[in-house]
Structure formats: C-alpha cells, structure tokens
Design a protein around this ligand. Structure first.
Ligand code: DAH
Length: 365
C-alpha cells in the first residue's frame, strides 16, 4: 500500500470538495468505522514489531493529515456560506422605503401642532391640565359659583360623588380650567396656550360628546383689549395663511372675562365651501362667529392667587375641530372621531410633514 499516494489522492479530493455534504462523505469514507484510513490502522495489529515501527508513524501521519484537511476544508466552506448569506441579506439603510409609509397624522393633531408653532413664535408656551377635573377648577374659580346659571349651559358629565364633602369630579367642559392651574403653578407674567380634549353631554352633526379646544391666556401688566385683538389677528393670519383676515369684536358675556367679546371673522363661499377672509361687510361676504374671549375677570385672577390690581390679562377659547374644518374643508364633525381609515387617508397629514412657520404651517397634504 502506497501511503504517500493514498494521502496525496485523499488531500486532492478533500480540497476539491465543493460543499459540506461532500466533505462529510469523504470523512466517512476515510475515517468512518468502515473507512479506508481506519482499515489501514487496523492492519497495524497484524504486523511484526519491525514492520509496525515503520508503518505505524506513516499510517498515523496519514490519518492526521486527512483529519486536518477535512477540518480545514469544512471551515473554509462554512466561511464561504456565511459570506454568501451576508452578501445576500445586505440591507442598504440609505435606500428609500420600498412601501410608502402607512398611517397619517389626524387633522386635529396637525392643527394643534400648527397652533403650538404659531403661538411659540409669539412667545407662548404650551400648558395642559387634567381631563378629569374638579368642580372648583372647571367652574368656581372661573367665577361660576354653585348657583351660577352658566353652569347649566355646559351639559356637564359628572362622576358619582365619592364622599359628601369631596370636591365633585367631572369631565372638563372646556380648557379654561388650565388658566387657573397655570396661574396657580407658575404665577405671573404668563403667556400660554392650552390645547386639549373637552367633554359635554351633547351629540348631533355639529356636536360630539368629546371635542377639542385651545385656550389662550396672557397675564402681565397693562394688558388691554388691543393686545387681544392684535394677537388674535396675528394668529388667524398665520393659521389661515392669508393677510386679509378681518375681525369684528362683539360685546358678549362669559363669567370669566370682563369685558367679554365674541370674535367674528369675515368669510365668503368659494366652490361651495366657506373660506375665511375679507370683511363680513364686503359684497359676497358675511360674518361668522369664531371664538370667545375677553379681559380676564378680576375674580378669576384673585381665585388663582394673583393680585388683580397688579396683574391683568386676556383670554380666549376656540374649537380646534372647527378650526380644522374651516381650513381643510371638512363638513361633518362626527367623521373626526369615527376612525375611518379612508377619511384619515383623505384628510390626514404625512408624519414627515411637521408644520413650521418657515415651511408653512399647514399646506394641505
Ligand atoms: N370656555 C369657553 C367655552 O368653552 C370659551 C371661552 C370664552 C374661553 C371666552 C375663554 C374666553 O378663555 O375668554 O365656551
């Protein structure tokens, strides 16, 4: 038996093996129980000591060479397989997404972001308060004591009372309690908007039991109605992205403001939809009531722990859903809360389209 020739032949076959199965087959053929190298090892027992002395090292050398060659080839093939897999599974994170992103920003969220952006530019911070409110913050501190008739107009959703002397809990009927909470926690001066959910027991095409408001509050020294009018005008021009916003301030009544004004804005019909702009007295135009506002009532400033002789301010409250409808042309409020993906697809906004003053606070998607 020419061991050198056997070894050469075996190593050549191992080196030529192209996959792991072939390598395993060769291992069995050489080193398995019935394998040829194993067979050679067995012949050592039948040899004379002299012969064994010569053949022993050669056969063991053959076995070691074949074992090492098999291990090396196996490792090389495994490495190559891994390389191929890595190459095949490469993900280029810089490529654009294969599928258009799903989901969209709800118009209410979009408008709230727009409001935050516009008012941030005027130095207003965003404040918030709880939706489960107490009677005192929602009414009493806002100059609506227990017997006040304005309370009845709010269609309040109350929680069952827990104890006779506990503060009565309710779902806040407006964002105005955030005025009180912010004055109490931050003191004065103050410039905030407070967007959020509010609740009333009311439901038809233009009323839903939950809707959205944004409250505005400025507390400082020497604040007067002129500041209020300028702020609202500046806000509405930025929001509707047009300069011809004309406001009409009408005397009104809210318990938490004195004097109180209802703010109307001129609009016209274009293509069957209401478009804000122009004076309501212009031909083809009319006035629409947009929001409530006024100078913060002294009682409210005092209830919130500030001295009304030192601090004055103005406040306003406006429906966010209504603002969205007027700008983006929806006509049924209930659709806002149906969660119908077709509606969201039509009226929703791309999550990559954050409103900014420089980029436009709400160009339709
Ligand atoms: N809270 C009022 C409402 O829900 C809206 C409102 C009116 C808010 C006048 C104000 C305001 O801050 O000054 O009907």
């Amino acid at each position: 038996m020419d061991i050198a020739a056997t070894q050469e032949d075996a190593l050549a076959k191992i080196a030529a093996a192209q996959d792991l199965e072939v390598v395993e087959g060769l291992r069995v053929a050489y080193l398995g129980k019935q394998g040829s190298v194993s067979g050679l090892l067995k012949t050592l027992g039948g040899m004379s000591p002299d012969e064994r002395q010569v053949q022993g090292p050669r056969i063991h050398g053959l076995r070691e060479a074949v074992t090492a060659a098999l291990a090396e080839r196996k490792a090389a093939l495994e490495d190559a397989a891994l390389e191929r897999r890595l190459a095949a599974e490469t993900v280029d994170l810089t490529l654009p997404a294969a599928e258009a992103p799903r989901g969209s920003i709800h118009p209410v969220s979009q408008v709230m972001d727009e409001l935050a952006e516009i008012f941030a530019d005027l130095g207003f911070a965003v404040a918030s308060g709880p939706e489960i409110e107490d009677d005192w913050h929602n009414f009493t501190a806002l100059n609506m004591p227990e017997s006040h008739p304005a309370r009845a107009m709010h269609d309040t959703l109350y929680f069952p009372s827990t104890a006779p002397d506990a503060r009565r809990m309710l779902l806040r009927t407006h964002t105005s309690p955030v005025q009180i909470r912010t004055m109490l926690s931050q003191g004065a001066p103050l410039r905030i908007i407070a967007p959020g959910r509010v609740y009333r027991s009311d439901s038809d095409a233009t009323h839903t039991p939950m809707f959205h408001q944004v409250e505005g509050l400025v507390i400082d020294k020497g604040i007067h109605l002129g500041h209020l009018k300028w702020t609202l005008e500046t806000f509405l021009k930025a929001y509707f992205e047009r300069d011809d916003i004309v406001l009409r301030l009408r005397p009104s009544y809210f318990p938490f403001t004195e004097p109180s004004v209802e703010v109307d804005t001129g609009y016209s019909f274009e293509g069957g939809r209401r478009v804000i702009g122009g004076s309501g007295d212009d031909p083809g135009h009319a006035w629409m009531e947009l929001l409530g506002s006024g100078m913060v009532n002294r009682h409210v400033i005092a209830a919130a722990g500030l001295d009304p002789d030192e601090w004055q301010g103005f406040a306003f409250g406006v429906g966010v859903d209504r603002l969205a409808m007027l700008k983006y042309g929806m006509n049924d409020l209930r659709a806002f809360f149906d969660g119908d993906v077709r509606w969201l697809k039509h009226y929703g906004f791309s999550m990559l389209d954050m409103p900014t003053l420089s980029g436009g606070v709400g160009t339709p998607a």
